[in-house]
Ligand binder design. Structure first.
Ligand SMILES: [Zn+2]
Ligand SMILES: [Zn+2]
Length: 332
């Protein structure tokens, strides 16, 4: 009998599904690509044909230009070559999907990036039991335990209200994190206008077009320091230490990222208020998910693979590392 999953090949530039003649999240242009979500390290320009959720296709059109795309809604199944392909929610960002691949009685789930805690901007991760689980491991070390999101949002609001002459400038990735912070603030009862950097405007609009309510948003361009005092401003991380921020009223610099667990990272980026809010599974979520899915094998990609591999081995699950290249942290 053939080795389990022998029809899936891990190449440095992505996962190749042989009987479908298609690649998952390839880092190089390919004739046929199955895309888990719109972050730039997963969704690249230049593929011949793209299969993705309608939300991910819309994100790719905004970020990479027109696509030869086919939209597949969550839980619909399509036959690609000799493989049944289905997208199920990954809980990572709007439109994010795990890809469920079935061929000759074997089921392989490619997680893409995922998290288990609720996110107001996208449906929750759906566990799909499988033979092989190909998981991300961005935060695959026991030191990474993300705190409760609500308490991090409360720290942000507390800081904002403690000095109404200043603003709090929150660095957040343009796709996903920015909109999640806004919706988490709304869920905590913060209904004041939130100012945004122009770089996140189109994605805000796209989220709203898919029914994610962001409340009253204002562009920082044209707003005065007096108007922005006592308000939250959301900008991509690259803008935090940029001259752009000089237009803001004495900003308290905050950053929302799983990496804020590491104090040194916060210091390097001159972050005064580190917020540990991540769109990735932390250590407990990674191990809980593997326990729940009970796969025969776990293949680990993009991140700190070693500790999770060891954990699997001690739990009698066969595990290996896939050395894919080109996955960076656009989206932590
Ligand atoms: Zn990623
Ligand atoms: Zn991502």
């Amino acid at each position: 009998m053939a080795r389990l999953g022998s029809w899936i090949k891990a190449h440095p530039e992505g996962i190749y599904v042989t009987p479908a003649d298609a690649w998952v999240d390839p880092s190089q242009p390919k004739a046929k690509a199955l895309i888990t979500h719109g972050h730039s390290d997963h969704a690249r320009a230049g593929h011949g044909a793209v299969l993705a959720t309608p939300e991910t296709l819309a994100i790719m059109e905004v970020r990479c230009g027109p696509q030869n795309g086919q939209a597949l809604a969550y839980d619909e199944t399509i036959r690609v070559g000799e493989v049944d392909v289905r997208f199920v929610p990954a809980g990572h960002v709007l439109g994010s999907a795990q890809i469920v691949l079935e061929h000759k009685g074997e089921r392989v789930v490619v997680s893409g990036d995922y998290k288990r805690r609720p996110d107001p901007t996208c449906p929750c991760f759906v566990p799909v039991p499988c033979d092989i689980f190909i998981t991300e491991a961005t935060f695959g070390l026991p030191v990474f335990r993300h705190p409760d999101t609500g308490s991090e949002i409360d720290r942000l609001l507390h800081r904002l209200h403690s000095d109404p002459s200043r603003c709090v400038l929150v660095g957040a990735y343009a796709l996903g994190k920015a909109q999640r912070i806004i919706t988490e603030l709304r869920a905590r009862g913060h209904h004041d206008p939130i100012y945004f950097h122009g770089a996140i405007e189109r994605l805000n609009q796209l989220y709203e077009s898919f029914g994610v309510e962001l409340g009253e948003l204002r562009h920082t361009g044209g707003a005065t320091k007096v108007e922005m005092a006592g308000h939250i401003v959301i900008a991509p991380p690259s803008a935090l230490n940029d001259r752009w921020s000089r237009r803001l009223p004495d900003p308290v610099t905050a950053m929302a990222s799983g990496w804020m667990r590491i104090r040194q990272r916060a210091r390097q980026q001159n972050v005064e208020l580190p917020l540990i809010i991540s769109d990735h599974a932390d250590w407990d979520e990674l191990t809980m998910t593997i326990r729940e899915l009970e796969p025969t094998e776990v293949w680990i990609t993009h991140g700190r693979e070693e500790a999770l591999k060891h954990w699997c081995t001690t739990h009698q699950i066969k595990a290996c590392e896939l050395n894919l290249v080109g996955y960076e942290d656009e989206d932590d």
